[in-house]
Design a protein around this ligand. Structure first.
Ligand code: ADP
Ligand code: ASP
Ligand code: MG
Length: 478
């Protein structure tokens, strides 16, 4: 029995026209595959310039406004969301009874949204747990409409909330799946539907703790949901439908002439996603690697384009040493712990990273220092103040004795990364990278080749980031 998982991002369900297009793609897939599972994001931007509403953003902003005491914002958000979803229902669901039933379900979810925001307002604060319960409503609305749209084109489909079977830990806002429980529950819930020829239309982004408390997998997490489901069901292939022709050589907002990459290895894709290519959630590849499941990134609005295939074992030898893509993460801070007294003192690095971990901050990049006198790492900018304060406190005694300098921070930084199999160990590649930047007088503040052989990352000033990305992108053409 062949099985495909098809994931659709926010723009693919952004309005009635997009949902109809998505329903056609799914219908064609059901003719090709024995079994099809659909994963959907919340409604995103429409192609209509008058509707730029991204549902998850609206939900989160309303919750934060409620916490700040604003009693009107969530009422306004509810009206916006009701209009957007009801317009999509009108445009996609033909059966009157089905339309009314789905419409009533949307209204019920929106009642829940208002109630949650009202409680947040009374409490005057919004916890990560409450944010997850609120943020997940977008996907729960979208799957009901998409399943209705599928029934309208003759595909048997049922909406499902992944809170029933994607089981996660309780790290709200960035939860991790508990794979054994998830496998057990997903098989139990989805198999009877698939055997009956029904297409399950599953919410991306969300899960629940073993006790049923809703969680989310982090922003952009619907990609991850699709690969978790594909892994536990042993799917043959995952199709990730978005609004560009696959994975591009760079972010098209920075590099207008970025090109589609035909084939990437899982390692290259993981590095790209980790270092800022927002086209896939950074965790998407991991569950697929073990099961050797290929993933194809495709464009909902240009479905005949082959897109990008991500493979685990390259069938032909990957072109080693070639720069395939360039990515960027903006708004980061570079933190430096240094001092003559650090040399030969064991445990400074351990204490540094333990202290950072206590502030709940993830380290994006660690730079290799040639001397033992300096530890340099990069974190999201919003965490910088807390991390610097915590480090100065941790090393207070050493700072007082002049063994360690007060912690330094460089706040206007970006990480740019060149990705391609074998580039960090191929002689000459780093030379080309640094001369491309040097020729434009772009300073490199730190470098990391990291543990992976297929990426080189550099820190540059924020205001030179786009220029640096474009300069390195020229090297993808060589
Ligand atoms: P979806 O809602 O379909 O998940 P996302 O907005 O999360 O879509 O991701 C697709 C977007 O990622 C593209 O529209 C593009 O602007 C952006 N992007 C950034 N870097 C890349 C890249 N290297 N390749 C493709 N898209 C990229
Ligand atoms: N809707 C969620 C978000 O906007 C998840 C996703 O789109 O993948 O982050
Ligand atoms: Mg996405």
């Amino acid at each position: 029995m062949s099985l495909a998982v098809l994931k659709f991002g926010g723009t693919s369900v952004g309005d009635g026209a997009a949902i109809r297009q998505t329903a056609q793609i799914i219908r064609e897939a059901t003719a090709h595959w024995d079994r099809v599972v659909v994963v959907s994001s919340a409604m995103g931007k429409s192609s209509d310039p008058n509707d730029a509403i991204k549902v998850t953003d609206v939900l989160l902003n309303a919750a934060r406004a409620a916490a700040a005491g604003d009693g009107d914002a969530y009422a306004r958000a509810r009206r916006l969301l009701a209009d957007k979803h009801h317009a999509a229902i009108q445009a996609t669901i033909s059966n009157v009874e089905d339309r009314q039933r789905v419409g009533a379900e949307i209204d019920q979810l929106l009642d829940g949204f208002e109630m949650l925001c009202a409680s947040v307002r009374v409490l005057g604060e919004v916890t990560p747990r409450a944010l997850d319960a609120i943020a997940g409503l977008g996907e729960r609305m979208a799957v009901r409409i998409l399943a209705g749209a599928l029934r309208s084109v003759g595909v048997m489909a049922e909406p499902l909330d992944a809170t029933e079977f994607i089981v996660t830990n309780d790290r709200f806002q960035a939860a991790a799946p508990l794979m054994d429980l998830t496998r057990e529950r997903t098989l139990a819930r989805l198999t009877p539907l698939l055997e009956a020829g029904i297409v399950p239309v599953v919410t991306g982004f969300i899960g629940a703790t073993p006790n049923g408390i809703p969680t989310t997998l982090g922003r952009g997490g619907s990609d991850y949901s699709a690969s978790i489901i594909a892994a536990v069901l042993g799917a043959d292939e995952v199709f990730n439908y978005t609004d560009v022709d696959g994975v591009l050589t760079s972010d098209p907002h920075i590099v207008p002439d970025a090109r589609t990459i035909d084939v990437l290895t899982a390692q290259e894709m993981s590095e790209m996603a980790y270092f800022g290519a927002s086209v896939l959630h950074p965790m998407t590849i991991a569950p697929l690697v073990e099961r050797n499941i290929p993933l194809r990134v495709k464009n909902t609005f240009n479905p005949s384009h082959p897109g990008t295939l991500i493979v685990h074992q390259a069938t032909t030898a990957p072109s080693r040493g070639v720069i395939k893509a360039v990515t960027a993460i903006k708004n980061v801070s570079m933190i430096t712990v240094s001092g003559g007294g650090m040399k030969g003192v064991p445990g400074i690095a351990g204490r540094t990273f333990m202290t950072v971990a206590r502030t709940n901050t993830s380290v994006l990049m660690i730079s290799q220092a040639s001397a033992e006198q300096n530890i340099c790492f990069v974190i999201p900018r919003q965490a910088a103040q807390a991390v610097v304060a915590a480090l100065n406190e941790e090393f207070r005694r050493e700072i007082e004795h002049g063994e360690i300098n007060p912690v330094e921070t460089f706040d206007q930084a970006s990480i740019i990364t060149a990705v391609g199999m074998g580039i960090s160990e191929t002689p000459g590649v780093s030379g080309r990278v640094f001369s491309a930047l040097g020729a434009r007088q772009i300073n490199v503040f730190a470098i990391a080749q990291g543990s992976s052989e297929c990426a080189i990352s550099m820190i540059v000033a924020d205001d030179r980031c786009d220029e640096a990305v474009r300069a390195l992108h020229e090297l993808t053409k060589e």
